[in-house]
Design a binder for this molecule. Structure first.
Ligand code: NAD
Length: 520
């Protein structure tokens, strides 16, 4: 990329013959070590070490970055916009519990640390903020914009959302009042009928069209130009759509999808139009809702244009707990036999999910989240065996954005005993989701600046696969390159991110063996 920002004032540098720093780049020679297993005819396995030598190159120049949210006037959109402003201006405000100050809690990039190593003198663990592992955009520097089918200015939309404290709202009101979402595309059949009342800001036309794609592309270019940006990330945080039907010849290949858009086919969703427009503009597109935006044709198109896509569905509350808890239970050798998950929520997302077809999208994305952990344990589960898993969502206006997630985990323990874990999780939904949206932007942008090649190849550095599965930690139903395994286990997703970041600066993966504290 054509970065404009100053070179980061690095918190650490790596001292190694395999790592070079220039003003523009960090280059690392990195040996990736895995284990290759062969299944033998007699049912036995042979494991062998395997090595691949790669070079990674990270552009250190941090670009001026914009994020365009589809659904900007919603709960997440207004919360992110106010939250970034609050941080940028170091705001403090009164609440009934006293003064509160802006922060980025709940953002894995801004709020968490990563172990760099052990102090050479004392052996003490040294941790650095995740944000300092590699040159990343700071969220305070993001320019936020976007589209909404409701034309309400962001200040009024913030009130409508009922998420933020009055003290904070007063401090950001004036700036938010000046922000108004761009008109969006609205195909009524894709979201719940109960959303119609807020629709007053649309581009004409109620089925897919090339004109819609071109308008969205133009909006992205205009936003870039108007704000002097080097790069833009587009993210869907609009209502959950129904699934698009998979129709042969319509959404199955890139060419068919483009032709279906041209022909105005009714099984092309607005979110897919945004994805296609972003791909054609070469800007990363992330889907924060559960629907099948990334039909095979959209994925093929992304690969054709080497554009990044990521999805699906932010992982903020119930599922995040689930992907940690189930990992813990099954890896403890406890045979989880059922998960019963109830939610009730009272925000606009809840109202939209009150409609069966939209609920179905959410049900699907919430359903598969334990599959990999179950499949990994052949001691507890026979081939095809699976815990019962049921997900219920109800609309309860009174609780607003404070979603209630009630889960019961029931499992078999030693000698026929049982363990029952019951969880009551009050998720302040948009306050949990907004920092994830920021993480997705930061990591997706950074991935556009990281290239790789086989060591010694002297060829061009190329990008990671179009489907950015490194974003899985933040997503409920991670999209992965076709034919590759989906990882839902939260700890694995985290360690994937940590260790890829480490590899880019030529550091070995964190293995947690701490032999130096055991062998002396
Ligand atoms: P919201 O209903 O408050 O906001 C959605 C916004 O999208 C609304 O302002 C609506 O007018 C707008 N919209 C609908 N269709 C549009 C279109 N075609 N183009 C442009 N704008 C459109 O919802 P929210 O609470 O902000 O959540 C947004 C999405 O994120 C939902 O789909 C939700 O399921 C998903 N999600 C949220 C969380 C969370 O908040 N914890 C977690 C996972 C997923």
């Amino acid at each position: 990329g054509s970065g404009s920002g100053a070179v980061n004032n690095d918190l650490f540098t790596v001292s190694s013959p395999n790592v070079t720093y220039t003003d523009n780049d960090i280059t690392s020679k990195y040996t990736y070590r895995t284990t290759a297993v062969t299944k033998n005819a007699n049912g036995k396995l042979t494991a062998a070490n395997k090595e691949m030598a790669y070079e990674f190159k990270t552009d250190r120049r941090i670009p001026k970055t914009g994020v365009m949210l589809v659904g900007w006037g919603g709960n997440n959109g207004t919360t992110i916009t106010a939250g970034i402003l609050a941080n940028k201006r170091n705001l403090e405000w009164e609440t009934r519990e006293g003064k509160r100050a802006a922060n980025y809690y709940g953002s894995v990039i801004m709020g968490s640390t990563i172990k760099l190593g052990n102090d050479a003198a004392t052996g003490e663990e040294i941790h650095v903020p995740m944000h300092d592992m590699l040159p990343m955009v700071h969220p305070n520097d993001l320019v936020v914009g976007g589209w909404d089918i409701s034309g309400m200015n962001l200040a009024d939309a913030m009130d409508r959302s009922q998420v933020l404290e009055p003290g904070l709202k007063t401090l950001v009101r004036k700036e938010l009042a000046a922000l108004k979402p761009l008109p969006s595309i609205y195909y009524p059949d894709f979201i719940a009928a109960n959303q119609e009342a807020r629709v007053d800001n649309v581009i004409p036309g109620t089925t897919a069209s090339t004109a819609h794609v071109e308008q969205i592309r133009k909006d992205i270019r205009d936003f870039k130009q108007a704000n002097g940006l080097n790069t833009v990330i587009v993210q869907w945080t609009a209502n959950t759509e129904r699934y698009a039907d998979m129709v042969a010849g319509v959404n199955d290949t890139a060419d068919n999808l483009l032709a279906a858009i041209e022909a105005g086919h009714t099984e092309v969703a607005p979110s897919t139009i945004f994805a296609v427009a972003s791909i054609l503009e070469g800007v990363p597109f992330i889907n924060g809702s559960p629907q099948n935006t990334f039909v095979p044709g959209a994925i093929e198109l992304a690969q054709r244009h080497s554009a990044f896509i990521g999805g699906d569905d932010f992982k903020s509350g119930q599922t995040k707990m689930k992907s940690a808890l189930v990992d813990f239970l099954i890896s403890s050798g406890i045979k989880l036999t059922s998960i019963a998950s109830y939610n009730h929520l009272g925000n606009n997302d809840g109202m939209n999910l009150n409609s069966q077809k939209q609920f179905r999208s959410k049900e699907i994305s919430k359903s598969n989240v334990v599959d990999d952990m179950v499949a990994a344990n052949s001691v507890l589960y026979k081939e095809g065996e699976h815990p019962d898993h049921c997900v219920v969502i109800k609309y309860m206006p009174a609780v607003g954005d404070n979603k209630r997630a009630l889960d019961e985990y029931y499992g078999e323990i030693f000698l026929g005993g049982h363990q029952t874990i019951s969880i009551f999780n009050v998720c302040e939904d948009s306050l949990l989701a907004s920092p994830l949206i920021i993480d997705l932007v930061i990591v997706a942008e950074m991935m556009t600046r990281i290239g790789w090649r086989l060591a010694g190849s002297e060829g061009e550095f190329k990008g990671f696969h179009s489907v950015l599965s490194i974003l899985s930690f933040m997503l409920k139903a991670p999209l992965v390159p076709q034919g590759t395994p989906v990882v839902n286990a939260l700890a694995k997703q985290r360690s994937c991110m940590n260790n890829i970041f480490r590899a880019c600066v030529g550091l070995e993966p964190e293995n947690d063996m701490t032999l130096e504290h055991k062998l002396f």
